[in-house]
Design a protein. Sequence first.
Length: 247
Amino acid sequence: MKDTEKTTLKSIGKIALFVIILAVIFVVITLLAVADRGRERRKQREERLAKQREEFCADMKTYFGLEESDYAIVSEESDSSNECHLCFTCGGQNYIYSNRCTDYKAEVFREEARSWFEGVIAKTEWFAGMETEILKIGNGVEYLSQYENLIPLAYFKGTLDSFFSELLSEDGRRKDYLNNFYMTCEVQITASEVPNSAGALLQLKDSIPCLKTLIVHCYRVDPETGEKVFVKKYSVDYASREVAVNE
């Protein structure tokens, strides 16, 4: 082999070795960067969870008078959107706390909401002269749809009336958690004549600003048997302002 060929091979070998070294350095730097980002994400996650625990304990004390000895944190997580969710147990029941919302004492809210809805229906002309029964009240927070019955802590400041008056504030500056809060209602009516249109029910949104859906099961009394006979079901979607009818 000629000297020039040997020199060329040595040069190629050196270049190849240099490339391999650069590749190894790149891989090591990349792995270190990934590991560093992982540590930073874990640190940020722990900071978010620590902040949530601090807010949770303060809120339990402020809104419900609960001391740390009255409950136990069962689990906590921080999802990909950086929302934190905490599960706690109190009085033998499990509850959720997330973004200043909770389902603790949700049954108290629904009972008050039921009475509040009954008052609204009693003043609504569409229901005049009917026998009405509220079958179900539902509630939740749009961006926390994986959990049911969550209620903003603002409700526990006072009454349902004061809660809705904040939703209806004239300045238009509502808290995000109030904007995303929604309620659903399912009603059964019995009337001698069931209304042919439910368009007027769309106006209930003015009285109940967070109402998402309303379902009305319509019955009439058979004059011969005295039994209730199903006529139709109205389903009102307030987001799309549409009314569906099932007969």
